[in-house]
Ligand binder design. Structure first.
Ligand SMILES: [Zn+2]
Length: 115
């Protein structure tokens, strides 16, 4: 994948994991990490508990190793690379945050209509 796509992917992971972690756990630590991909470096500020930090790092590693030039959605990938248990956990986080984000968008839209 392109470095632009990689940057979008890592920021999506960050957003979703932080949202989930903030709601579910309470021992978040601020960390600044640097991810290298192709010839670029990306700096990210993460605020996650140790467990989520470990999970997101695993996801970043998988993303770096992704062999697809045009990355498919992991769910429909012909060559899935996650260990099963890791996949289940990541899927849970993504699903939770996706629902939460879409709900807050709907709420905002309703507010903007009625206020
Ligand atoms: Zn957490």
């Amino acid at each position: 994948m392109t470095t632009e796509k990689f940057e979008i992917e890592i920021n999506t992971l960050k957003k979703f994991f932080e949202l989930y972690c903030k709601d579910k756990h309470d021992d978040q630590i601020e960390k600044e990490i640097i991810l290298k991909y192709k010839d670029k470096e990306f700096m990210l500020n993460l605020s996650l508990c140790p467990t989520c930090y470990d999970s997101i790092n695993y996801s970043f590693e998988r993303l770096k190793q992704c062999q697809h030039e045009i990355k498919p959605r992991c769910r429909t990938c012909p060559t899935p690379c996650y260990e099963k248990i890791r996949w289940k956990n990541a899927a849970k986080v993504m699903k939770y945050s996706a629902i939460k984000l879409s709900l807050s968008k709907v709420k905002k839209r309703i507010k903007s209509i009625f206020s």
